[in-house]
Design a protein around this ligand. Structure first.
Ligand code: ATP
Ligand code: MG
Length: 582
């Protein structure tokens, strides 16, 4: 390890006493069963995510707490209490009932981050239907693929976005109704199968008897990010709320007085598990910013709303680093007390940058669409080893398996990251892909598709996706290690590393690099970066070739698409690019 651990000095000097005070003890004494008991079940087998997120607070003083502080692209702010959301989600559930939607049917949303998306998702769950949020920047093909695969009966969208749907609606026989949300009241004439959200909501009652779903009833469908191939529809059940709730409490460390901001869009699993269900099942106020990324806008959101806990992603952090700390210094960011990151490996440099600029480090955690909630994490009470994903959550058993997926490897050996089956928020299938789903399990283990190692203290270190690992001169090299070294170079903003075929070494390493503002590509700079890499890395891990790109191809959820860098490099078909950010 090239970085010193960031020491935590006990809870005495922490601003807020963490919910998780003693990791080892919690692992011994707590379990998914004990955490499930912190929620309100209808009976042993029945629970509804929306009831936990909203309804159960209505009987407590949390009822009048602000649940959602929404800031629109134009800076307009709206506030919704838990009681407001209770009434509105009841109304939406009544709307679906009136449209004849039944338990288990799919109701998808395709909207920007406007308040109605939250109302629609939770109202859908109340009605016992399955929610499927689509990212608003998807094009027609991406929308059609997902609606066709899921057989969605209802889509909730807006006058602007419905145009994308119009192009493909004829190939979606299951799609009976399109609910149009027209919050700005633009002139709009409803077409065949379209109904008005505002009109239906106006007529709907505030009272709704929530469907008492079984813990194994399907609740949420999320298509994966498409980083390694065609996105798969991971289906989750109502029991998943146990995972959302417990990890939001013990990993994100949410407390009643927090103002929490998750920057992910509900079109991706982080944006629902931790942008809706986790915080609200804990009764926490959260901020939603409709606008996209901009360093100054983001800092202003933190300052204006007094954000205390912030959950974001490596790609955003790298962009903040690229913008430079001077931008951060213009804002009062002192309210921030805790910061977490997910979605990609978090480069050690980024962890330390947090420490330097905000006075607190970013806490990396690892999970997937399939796992439904955080599985491996850094915690407020534990030292951080920069570059490590941290240690398994309470109730989670993670391990490293050998190449045959048969034997658990000892510390410091690289292999396949696997999780012991099962945990409440584990996906229960890939929609219409049962065989693929089953192929992801081996005995008692779920095989994550990522490679990692575990150290003697039980910290896990990400190596790379199994597909991305480079085999060079008899060594396996994870792209993350190389990328992390490259971005330590003052000129480098981002790096994406792949293996390209080589007759002698099998593969050699090529790095694609985008530069920070103020740096120009040149042969000299290339040499300098190579020299720099040689100082930081083992000889086999040094890139043979460097190519400058203005930006790296990424998924819309912000992940570097190494498979695309490779396909382009080798002149191969690009495969599914439905989630590519343009
Ligand atoms: P697809 O499955 O369609 O290829 P995806 O795997 O990117 O897409 P997600 O479920 O959104 O879809 O992402 C989960 C993956 O993201 C993990 O398997 C891992 O590779 C990566 N990831 C998430 N968090 C971390 C982290 N903290 N460190 C390293 N990798 C992470
Ligand atoms: Mg995946």
């Amino acid at each position: 390890m090239r970085y010193e651990p960031i020491k935590k000095h006990g809870i005495a000097d922490m601003k807020v006493k963490p919910n998780l005070l003693d990791y080892e003890r919690a692992r011994r004494e707590m379990s998914w069963e004990s955490m499930a008991k912190e929620l309100e079940w209808f009976d042993d087998g029945h629970i509804n995510i929306a009831y936990e997120a909203i309804d159960r607070h209505i009987k407590t003083p949390v009822r009048d707490r602000v649940a959602l502080i929404w800031e629109g692209k134009d800076g307009k702010t709206e506030r919704y209490t838990f009681h407001d959301l209770y009434r509105l989600t009841n109304r939406f559930a009544n709307v679906l009932k009136r449209l004849g939607i039944e338990k288990g049917e799919r109701v998808f949303t395709y909207m920007d981050r406007i308040p109605e998306i939250y109302i629609a998702i939770l109202g859908t769950l109340k009605a016992g239907a399955v929610t499927g949020p689509l990212f608003s920047a998807f094009g027609s093909d991406a929308v059609r693929d997902r609606l066709a695969d899921s057989g969605a009966r209802v889509l909730v969208t807006t006058p602007r976005l419905v145009k994308t749907v119009d192009a493909v609606v004829d190939s979606l026989p299951a799609l009976e109704r399109i609910i149009i949300v027209n919050r700005e009241g633009v002139p709009y004439e409803l077409k065949h199968r379209e109904v008005s959200y505002e009109a239906l909501m106006e007529e709907a009652s505030d009272e709704f008897e929530i469907v008492k779903t079984d813990k194994e009833d399907f609740a949420i469908m999320h298509y994966t990010s498409g980083t390694t191939g065609k996105p798969k529809g991971a289906a989750h059940v109502h029991e998943a709320i146990v995972g959302h709730y417990a990890t939001a409490k013990y990993v994100l460390d949410l407390h009643p007085e927090d103002i929490y901001w998750c920057t992910a869009d509900p079109g991706w699993v982080t944006g629902t598990s931790y942008g809706i269900f986790g915080p609200w099942s804990n009764g926490i106020t959260q901020v939603v910013y409709e606008g996209g990324f901009s360093a100054s806008h983001w800092y202003r959101v933190i300052e204006k709303h007094g954000v205390t806990v912030w959950y974001t992603a490596p790609t955003a952090i790298r962009m903040l680093m690229k913008a430079g700390e001077k931008v951060a210094q213009k804002y009062n960011l002192k309210t921030l007390r805790y910061m977490c990151s997910v979605g990609e490996p978090l480069n050690p440099e980024a962890v330390l940058w947090g420490q330097k600029v905000f006075g607190i480090p970013f806490h990396d955690n690892w999970w997937q669409t399939e796992t439904g909630c955080i599985q491996i994490a850094n915690y407020p009470v534990q030292d951080i080893k920069p570059g490590s994903m941290g240690r398994p959550f309470i109730g989670v058993t993670a391990t490293i398996l050998d190449e045959d997926l048969a034997t658990e490897l000892p510390p410091n050996r690289e292999g396949h990251l696997a999780l012991k089956v099962r945990w409440p928020s584990m996906f229960r299938t890939y929609w219409n892909k049962k065989d693929l789903y089953e192929s992801r399990f081996k005995g008692e283990w779920y095989i994550t598709g990522d490679r990692a190692k575990r150290d003697e203290d039980g910290y896990f270190w990400f190596v790379g996706r199994a597909d991305d690992v480079i085999n060079t001169a008899g060594h396996l090299v994870g792209p993350f290690e190389v990328e992390s070294a490259l971005i330590e170079h003052p000129a480098v903003a981002e790096a994406g590393v792949i293996g390209i075929p080589d007759p002698i070494a099998n593969e050699v390493i090529k790095a694609f690099v985008s530069l920070k503002d103020g740096y120009e590509p040149s042969e000299e700079l290339k040499m300098d970066i190579k020299r720099f890499a040689r100082e930081k890395l083992h000889a086999v891990a040094c890139p043979r070739e460097i190519e400058f790109l203005p930006g790296l191809p990424k998924t819309r959820s912000g992940k570097i698409m190494r498979r695309l860098l490779k396909a382009r490099e080798l002149g191969l078909p690009e495969g599914d690019t439905s989630t590519l950010e343009e």
